[in-house]
Design a protein around this ligand. Structure first.
Ligand code: KIV
Length: 256
């Protein structure tokens, strides 16, 4: 199968149909997504919750993310794998950003990295891209700023907030990123940004007007015990299906 490149992802900007992307955190799910033709797989720092059981994305480390990135890249032959850079693996300096992003590419086998922020990480994006490391941006609700944002709520509801998110998305574009995730912003703002930037926008909880969509694997499958966020369509409740199978297996083994 042909390997998807960042140019293929950029080309989605000019296609009439939106493209579907998902997160993955292990070999098996990566194989499934790859076979289904998902062009971009994000090894999200949501692994902090889905895989490691932390409450937010803040605690997960480079080492913990590296394990899941390696597992995913082993399962993929075509999809572009993007490694999400965890909190404080890039913010403190451009040098840290290059060093850690380089590890995800060199050792993890990812083809690109994702970092959160806009104007505040413009120089980081420019340096990474300058050193040959493709970057996916992420603006709007940036979960690594959970404490500063006082939780996970829709961002960009006031004109000032909306303008800041537009500026951030443009900074991501100016830095040379090949795409930008728009998380939990009003649909109209996502549409405006999608029309204003030349790189594909990938929405989550930001309406239908983005160039592509992303969801967390566990949310669309109902794999987590707690209900998914409102913006995620849950296609199955695998948590309770698997629970029933395990109970049935236990019953079968224990029956006289
Ligand atoms: O970590 C993640 O899963 C993400 C997506 C929700 C965009 O950043």
């Amino acid at each position: 199968m042909k390997k998807i490149t960042i140019q293929n992802i950029k080309d989605f900007k000019n296609t009439p149909t939106p493209f579907a992307t998902l997160t993955a955190y292990d070999f098996t799910s990566a194989q499934i997504l790859d076979e289904a033709g998902i062009p971009l797989i994000l090894v999200g720092d949501s692994a902090s919750m889905t895989i490691y059981g932390y409450n937010t994305t803040i605690p997960v480390s480079v080492e913990e993310m590296m394990l899941v990135v390696k597992a995913v890249t082993r399962g993929v032959s075509s999809s572009l794998v993007v490694a999400d850079m965890p909190f404080l693996s890039y913010q403190s300096s451009v040098e840290e950003a290059v060093k850690n992003a380089g590890l995800f590419i060199k050792e993890g086998g990812a083809s690109a990295v994702k970092i959160e922020g806009g104007v505040n990480v413009l120089k980081h994006i420019k340096s990474l891209v300058g050193f040959g490391i493709p970057v996916l941006g992420h603006v709007g609700l940036t979960p690594q700023s959970y404490n500063q944002l006082s939780g996970y709520s829709i961002q960009g509801k006031t004109p000032n907030e909306a303008q800041k998110i537009i500026d951030d998305a443009k900074a991501v574009e100016d830095g040379g990123a090949f795409g930008v995730v728009l998380e939990c912003i009003p649909d109209s703002l996502a549409e405006e940004i999608t029309n204003q930037v030349s790189i594909p926008t990938i929405g989550i909880g930001s309406g239908k007007c983005c160039d592509g969509q992303i969801q967390v694997f566990h949310d669309i499958l109902g794999l987590s015990k707690k209900p998914p966020p409102k913006h995620a369509k849950q296609y199955e409740n695998l948590y309770s299906n698997v629970l029933n199978i395990v109970k049935q297996y236990k019953f079968d083994v224990e029956k006289p």
